[in-house]
Write a protein that binds this ligand. Sequence first.
Ligand code: DX5
Ligand code: ZN
Length: 235
Amino acid sequence: MSEPGSRAVATIEYLRGIRPSILPSLLLCDFANLRREVDLLEESGVDVLHLDVMDGHFVPNLTYGMPIVAALRKITSLKLDVHLMISDPAQYADQFIDAGADSITFHIEAGSGDPGPILQSIRDQGVASGLAINPATSMERLLPYVSLCDLVLVMSVPAGFGGQPFEPVALERLRQLRDRFGPDLLLEIDGGINVQTVGPATAHGADLLVAGSAVFREADYCQAMTRLRREFQRS
Ligand code: DX5
Ligand code: ZN
C-alpha cells in the first residue's frame, strides 16, 4: 500500500485541522435552491459538505449521483465528502473523483471482494478514502482494512434514510477504533446526530459528525450549527 497522493494528504491534513466539525448532509436540503442552501451553509461556517449517494440497490432509497456533485463543485470551494451507499463502488468511484469529490467513503458491506485496491485507487487519484460500517455489521469485517483507510465512517443508523434514531453501539465502536488505531485516523459518525448525541460522540473520539435533520429541519442553519458545536466535548 503506497502513501496517499499529495492532494489527498492536503485533504487529510485539512480534515485533521478542523476536527471536531459538523458536516451537514444535503440529503434533506432544498434541492430547488441548491445554491442558496450552500450559501447559507458557507455563512454558517461549515467546512465540509456530506453528500449521500444511494443507488436503490445497496439501500432501499435513491438520491443523486455525479451531476449533483459536479454542480456543487462549481459553486463552492467547501470540501465535498462523498458517502457512497451503492453496491458497486469500484465501478463508480472514478466518476465521483472526476465530479470533484475530496473524500470518498464506501461501505464494507458493499461488493464482495477486497476493498484495499479501491481504497488505494481513490488515494492515488488524490482523494481521501474511507470505509463505512453499518450498526448491524461485525467490526471483525472492518478491522483488517482500517490501516488502509484515511477515515472510517461509523454509522449510527442503518444507511439509507435521514431522521432515524441514534444507535449507541456507534459510541463503543468509535472508542475501539481510536484506542486501536491512534489519533491520526479520522473518525466520522453519521446518523441521528443532534444536540443530545454530539457530546457523547465527540467524547468517544468522533472527528467529523454528519448532521441531516438537526440542520435542515431547523429554520436557521446558522443557529442550528452553533447549537450543535456548543456540545463538542473531548474525553
Ligand atoms: C443516512 C445518511 C445520513 C443522513 C443523516 O443513510 O448517510 O448522512 O442524511 O441524517 P440524520 O442526521 O437525519 O440522521
Ligand atoms: Zn451519510
